[in-house]
Design a protein around this ligand. Structure first.
Ligand code: COA
Ligand code: AMP
Length: 633
């Protein structure tokens, strides 16, 4: 581990020097002389005196350096049976026009623009147009419902919502207009205007005075140039799930994001300018921000935007077809996608139908990667399979096997070692470091490297209390795990109420809020139960108010529908049981951990603090009826 160890050590010993050196790899209008400023820790800032533009680094610089005719973006959409590509010059034209259009709507640097779009090229154009003029984009995943959209609108008051007439899921068109209308109705943002991209599959009825048609407006727009912005200005807000129902608006700055993401392309992913990089995720997630949009474009790669699924569009060979047709060098996706493929084509027979000769490496993240999936992918694809661990808050990996620095042995079950910039430690409940191999809270010593979150939007106190209060001097990742004697980190579980469903981060707290708002529900608990395909699935247990006369079946259906309507289909909330009592400690705390073990058919011990041990018998019975708790009696 010579080269890696040297780099890692250097980054921890002299963070400012280390990252100032890396900052020379990107374009600055004014180069920074300062690395990290820790005066107001944990509100640390990077490259404070630098001036920069993220869109310039993603697009213009490549046109100026002679890559104008290179393909920048491939939109591969089996769901609409289309395949389109755009050069860097073509994107520059589209983006600068759309930036001009935003300006004509009165959008200025610092204003928020919400992007609620399916996986179409216009989504990338909208995001980079914001970056071009210094507007702060906030992308909302299309699988979230109107209420979630409204919460985000209320929190960041966007001046414009950029949207499309519809998204397309297998077997159904997702009309966006009713969702946006409802969100605007229930939010306090009546003045917000909308720019709508009309897709042929569905049409949005433009509302006079509020809505503008994308194509018409962009044709008439005056192109806007890149604004000179402070390195510390916000690039985007991305909402993510926390313990409570209110999502956290994770804020990223410009300079830190440009420097770190550009650096990861060579150091972690070992790709070169001109390589084809495919992150099979969605622009609504952090993976999409960092590796469908920014990272590959900062590095002069070709990025692939895929509007399809790993299976069913049309079959479990879809990923191999995309790799062959687009000569993909590197694929990044979530293990759940591979579990879906493996389930449909266990022998990997479809792999053989395609020419994967350009394909070099597979990267997995978004959830714990089970060793079976990793080994299956290694065997079928015959390329290195690299698990890496990261979060919305960090924007790129905390731990990875950095292929561009020094490839290290792959240990299934571990996302490998701390990436340069991250001083990763495991602490016990009292905040003391644990021995190698012992489980505890995974934390990162401050300061965090550039490109990680700088605050939560309009929630500075929550930023401090959620992440920095429990272990002073450290960032609390919210993940539990251990580090072995060779420095390999094993990320095992969350320490909070966040669950991971098919690589999507969701809050059980938010689901509990929805259930408890149902008039017939007296009390409830939602927990994440192990699922073979999606990693975890939410399961709800509810106690009804006395005197309720509706059938239990009707109430269960209403609860499932309510979570779908309030949070969105992506929550995949389909299992709920009505119970008489919930197991609690004598002090009234619901024993979710014990219920989870029962549901997962794992061994469990009767908690010494339980108020009424008999309750667990009923819970086990209910979980069995839902198809869980298979062996445990
Ligand atoms: N807009 C609207 N609805 C959406 C949506 C979107 N952008 N994305 C998902 N949904 C809906 C789906 O249609 C589905 O609805 P349904 O209950 O009516 O069937 C529901 O949300 C759950 O979707 P999904 O999580 O995609 O589950 P699935 O069972 O349809 O497919 C997988 C399972 C494994 C194939 C799928 O989850 C997948 O491709 N995962 C990849 C993970 C990923 O990209 N993670 C990002 C982090 S790297
Ligand atoms: P998100 O913010 O949506 O990217 O989700 C981040 C969370 O996903 C982390 O805190 C982990 O719980 C989980 N996660 C992401 N990548 C991995 C990984 N490689 N191994 C284990 N857990 C992961």
């Amino acid at each position: 581990m010579g080269k890696y160890k040297d780099q890692h050590q250097h980054s921890l010993n002299e963070p400012s020097q280390y990252w100032l050196e890396k900052s020379k790899d990107v374009h600055w209008f004014k180069s920074p002389t300062q690395g990290v400023d820790t005066t107001h820790s944990p509100f640390n800032t990077w490259f404070k005196d630098g001036e920069i533009n993220a869109c310039y680094n993603a697009i213009d610089i490549h046109v100026e350096n002679g890559r104008g005719d290179q393909t920048a973006l491939i939109h591969d959409s089996p769901i609409t049976d289309s395949h389109t590509s755009y050069t860097y010059s073509e994107l520059k034209d589209q983006i600068s026009r759309f930036a001009g259009l935003l300006k004509s709507h009165g959008v200025a640097a610092g204003d928020r623009v919400m992007v609620y779009m399916p996986m179409i090229p216009e989504a990338l154009v909208a995001v980079l147009a914001c970056a071009r003029i210094g507007a702060v984009h906030t992308v909302v995943f299309g699988g979230f419902a109107a209420k979630e959209l409204a919460v985000r609108i209320n929190d960041c008051s966007p001046k414009v919502i950029v949207t499309a007439s519809c998204g397309i899921e297998p077997g159904r068109i997702v009309e966006y207009q009713p969702l946006v209308e409802e969100a605007l109705d229930i939010s306090n943002a009546s003045a917000t205007s909308c720019v709508v991209f009309q897709r042929p599959q569905s049409s949005w009825q433009l509302k006079e005075g509020r809505d503008k048609d994308w194509l018409e407006s962009i044709a008439a727009a005056t192109p806007a140039d890149c604004a000179v912005l402070k390195s510390t200005d916000p690039l985007y807000i991305l909402y993510t799930s926390g313990t409570t129902g209110a999502p956290k608006g994770v804020v990223k700055d410009i300079g830190g994001s440009v420097v770190s993401l550009k650096w990861t392309m060579s150091s972690i992913y070992n790709v070169q300018p001109g390589d084809v990089y495919w992150a099979a995720s969605d622009i609504g997630w952090v993976v999409g921000h960092s590796y469908i949009i920014y990272g590959p474009l900062f590095h002069g790669c070709t990025t692939v935007m895929y509007e399809g699924k790993p299976v069913g569009t049309p079959d479990a060979g879809a990923f191999w077809r995309v790799i062959e047709q687009n000569k993909v060098n590197v694929l990044f996706t979530a293990p759940t996608a591979f579990r879906a493929i493996k389930r449909e084509d266990p022998s990997g027979s479809l792999v053989k139908d395609y020419d994967l000769s350009h394909f070099r490496t597979l990267y997995l993240a978004g959830e714990r990667c089970d060793p079976d999936t990793l080994q299956w992918a290694q065997e079928k694809l015959q390329v290195p399979v690299i698990d890496h661990w990261w979060q919305t808050e960090t924007g790129y990996s905390i731990c990875a096997n950095c292929q561009g620095i020094e490839p290290m042995p792959v240990i299934p079950g571990s996302p490998s070692v701390a990436v340069p910039g991250y001083d990763v430690t495991v602490l016990d409940n009292e905040g003391s470091p644990v021995e190698a191999g012992e489980i505890g809270s995974i934390v990162v010593k401050l300061p965090l490297p550039p490109g990680t979150f700088t605050t939560l939007w309009q929630a500075k106190e929550r930023y401090v209390s959620s992440y920095f209060e429990r272990f002073p001097g450290y960032y609390e990742t919210g993940d539990a795990g251990y580090i072995d004697e060779n420095g390999y980190v094993f990320v095992m579980a969350r320490t909070d109420d966040v669950i991971n469903v098919a690589g999507h981060r969701l809050s059980t707290g938010a689901m509990e809020e929805v259930l408890s708002n149902h008039p017939d529900v007296a009390e409830c608990a939602v927990m994440g139960v192990t699922d073979e395909l999606k990693g975890q699935l939410p399961v709800g247990l509810v106690i009804l108010n006395s005197g309720e006369t509706k059938s239990h079946e009707d109430i269960r259906d209403e609860l499932i529908l309510k979570v779908r309507q309030d949070i969105g289909p992506v929550a995949a909330f389909k299992s709920v049981a009505i119970v008489e009592k919930l197991p609690k400690t004598r002090s009234g705390k619901i024993l979710r951990g014990t219920m989870r073990s029962i549901a997962d058919s794992k061994e469990w011990n009767m908690p010494a603090t339980i108020e009424d041990p008999n309750v667990l018998e009923d819970i086990t019975k209910s979980l069995k009826e839902l198809g869980f708790a298979k062996e445990q009696s």
